[in-house]
Write a protein that binds this ligand. Structure first.
Ligand code: CP
Length: 315
């Protein structure tokens, strides 16, 4: 996968998009493009991580992220262990730091972590000797989701610079929104954020985004419509009057999508709630990239693991 001319990835961990340069991001996307080709072949196995141990430590449920990290590690030749938090000593009161120290003693090379608290993955990275990848920490960051979204956009539009991307819905509780805002702006896209005022964090405008509380106005002329799930598990109280009302004003259906550019493309990180933030007609329609995002997820995670492997001992 690695070409001799590619600049190296200068980070030991991937904890967020914040802190990555446009060159770091573009380098990962280039690697991921190559990983897409590998994944489309009959023979998908590489030896980049042969002999390495990867632990997937997920304190929150996941379908896409955990399974794609497992496939990515295995395609690169690593021994991958999925740690089941539900049946671990975390349930008996073990702290995150003690769990980290215990896993560290088993000498893994890479730990992929999802945790419900923002900052937990950064804390864990300070307690272990191996590389750490953030697979989502609270409402803070989900860097590999933003990278796979960028890869999907770049492969379909041929560029990211100059595009207008609308990120719509529950931005307040969304780590996907935060990582995407940072990444898309770093690569030269214009970002609009659309949602009810109850689901928009205060001070959003200082991130350099355009803020809209009227979805129809916000979608006008955009190239990409990125929908977000209502994240009820992170909600403390009532943020929308009813699901029906929410869908009427902020759900993406064919009529609202027609206000974007005619060649606009629709994205959703998943899991989707059909009839809440997106209609089935749009989710399964010709403008939807949602299935392609899942494919790109494996490729991006292969690229990230490969990039971090260059810093492992005896690489
Ligand atoms: N997009 C995303 O993170 O999905 P999962 O929660 O299924 O991993």
């Amino acid at each position: 996968m690695t070409t001799p001319t590619r600049p190296g990835f200068p980070h030991r961990h991937l904890l967020g998009i914040e802190g990555l340069s446009p060159l770091d991001i573009a380098g990962l996307l280039d690697r991921a493009d190559e990983a897409v080709e590998i994944s489309r072949q009959v023979e998908k196995k590489r030896t980049t991580l042969r002999g390495r141990t990867q632990i997937n430590l997920f304190f929150e449920p996941s379908t896409r992220t955990q399974s794609s990290f497992e496939l990515a590690g295995k395609r690169l030749g690593a021994d991958v262990m999925n740690m089941s938090v539900a049946s671990s000593s975390v349930k008996k009161g073990e702290t995150l730091i003690d769990t980290a120290a215990t896993l560290n003693a088993m000498r893994p090379d890479i730990i992929v972590v999802r945790h419900h608290q923002a900052g937990a993955v950064h804390l864990l990275a300070r307690k272990v000797d191996c590389a750490v990848v953030n697979a989502g920490d609270g409402a803070h960051e989900h860097p590999t989701q933003a990278l796979l979204d960028a890869l999907t956009i770049r492969r379909n539009k041929g560029r990211i610079e100059g595009l207008t991307v609308a990120i719509c819905g529950d931005v307040l509780h969304s780590r996907v929104a935060r990582s995407n805002i940072i990444l898309l702006q770093a690569l030269g896209a214009r970002v609009r954020v659309i949602g009810p005022s109850t689901l928009l964090p205060p001070g959003l405008a200082r991130f350099g985004v355009e803020v809209h509380t009227d979805m129809r106005a916000g979608l006008s002329g955009v190239d990409i419509v990125m929908m977000l799930r209502l994240q009820r598990e992170r909600m403390n109280g009532s943020f929308v009057p009813s699901v029906k009302e929410y869908f009427r004003y902020f759900g993406l259906d064919g009529e609202k999508l027609s206000l974007a550019k005619p060649d606009a493309l629709v994205m959703h990180p998943g899991p989707m709630n059909r009839g809440v933030e997106i209609s089935s007609e749009v989710a399964d329609g010709a403008q939807s990239l949602i299935r392609e995002q899942v494919e790109m997820g494996v490729a991006v995670r292969m690229a990230v693991l490969e990039a971090l492997a260059t810093h492992l001992p005896n690489a």
